[in-house]
Design a binder for this molecule. Structure first.
Ligand code: NAD
Length: 350
């Protein structure tokens, strides 16, 4: 039954862990380690069913393989879910048991923070295993580095659409003024862009507008705001059948994960002549930062490497033009090409 499941069919390993003493119930999915050990966060959620948890971890680990490959990292894709109400199960003993579970995978899976797991939890896991990043002794909050990558991704899109990467005089709307959105706004302003910000948190918008020379727009009016670049930096799924017809921009490029409600929306945007930068490519500098922490390196190096997000994205845009397809399809092809090349040249253990 399990091996016949189509969702399972291309995963290398799916491991279930229980610890009766602490109540730990976890699933670790290792999708692909062709390019290196699998890396992906641990999500803690009270899933409706075990099937839902399995489906989520399989989907997320698959996506991590593509994200790592598209960022030119020597890493594969993995993800873990811990089942349960985060408020009830977040106990040190449970995270220690989970750390031992991660450790027994012998470095094939490296964990990190995700929904409902944070730096303090990674510190507990690190008591039991070396295969964890995002601890308090690590490289720190990746958000400004993620934003730096998004900034260079936006410049790459501008180069493709307008023939020059400079954001001087360009109008950018940023949806979501959190950790990524704020840093992105600062970089765009420094490059000469006119920036309009929006957030459901009205106080955050007001405070930002007092400090910086930005316009503001209400969350419900954000999509129809005329601009060159619409930068989604809030939550997923906000580019969908309802919002796409409202868009009045040339480019959709921002930091949010799972921006499109459905994969087919990449083609819908293309039909409307809107260039969409795939989320997993343009926000890849977050992964570059945690990879740097695991593989060894400094925060300054991660920041420097984040700029290469723009070069890679431009290559994918050109590939999409050549193939007359979406940049999302081209990004997948780019990642698959790296993985196939990795299969032909297996790494020699040092
Ligand atoms: P955050 O929680 O700091 O900020 C998100 C902001 O979006 C909040 O201010 C929130 O009020 C706002 N928001 C939520 N729903 C909204 C809506 N409907 N309209 C307008 N604003 C809304 O999160 P973050 O770390 O800045 O991450 C932003 C996005 O980028 C997320 O999708 C995240 O998964 C993704 N991402 C973040 C990183 C990183 O390094 N932080 C890396 C990769 C991807």
């Amino acid at each position: 039954m399990v091996f016949d499941s189509t969702a399972h069919s291309d995963h290398e390993q799916v491991s279930y862990f229980t610890d009766p003493e602490t109540g730990l119930r976890a699933i670790v999915a290792i999708h692909d380690t062709t390019l290196g050990p699998s890396l992906g966060g641990t999500r803690i959620l009270d899933y409706d069913s075990e099937d839902d948890a399995l489906e989520d971890v399989l989907r997320l680990s698959h996506a991590m393989t593509y994200k790592a490959a598209a960022a030119d990292l020597p890493l594969g894709g993995g993800k873990a879910v811990v089942l349960g109400d985060p408020d009830e199960i977040k106990r040190e003993a449970l995270f220690e048991a989970y750390g031992r579970a991660v450790d027994c995978l012998a470095g094939r899976y490296i964990t990190s923070v995700d929904v409902n797991s944070g730096v303090e939890d990674m510190d507990v896991i690190a008591r039991e295993t070396d295969h964890v990043v995002g601890t308090s002794g690590g490289l720190g909050d990746p958000s400004p580095i993620t934003a730096h990558g998004v900034f260079h991704g936006i410049r790459a899109c501008a180069e493709s659409v307008y023939g020059a990467p400079s954001m001087d005089g360009r109008d950018v709307v940023i949806q979501g003024l959190g950790k990524v959105g704020r840093s992105l706004a600062e970089e765009l302003l420094a490059d000469g862009a006119s920036v309009t910000v929006s957030d459901v948190d009205r106080d955050a918008v007001d405070a930002f507008a007092e400090e910086y020379d930005v316009e503001t727009v209400r969350p419900d009016a954000v999509y129809s705001q005329s601009c060159d670049v619409f930068a989604p930096c809030a939550v997923g799924g906000l580019i969908n059948d309802d919002t796409i017809p409202q868009l009045d921009c040339d480019i959709v490029a921002g930091g949010a994960n799972n921006v499109l409600a459905d994969r087919r929306h990449a083609a819908v945007l293309r039909e409307r002549d809107v260039l969409y930068a795939p989320d997993y490519v343009i926000n890849g500098a977050g992964l570059i930062t945690v990879a740097k922490e695991y593989l060894g390196g400094t925060r300054a190096e991660a920041f420097e490497e984040a700029a290469a997000v723009g070069d890679r994205l431009l290559e994918m845009i050109e590939l999409a033009d050549e193939r007359d397809t979406t940049v999302l399809e081209a990004a997948d092809a780019y990642a698959e090409r790296r993985i196939e090349a990795g299969k032909r040249t297996p790494t020699v253990p040092s």
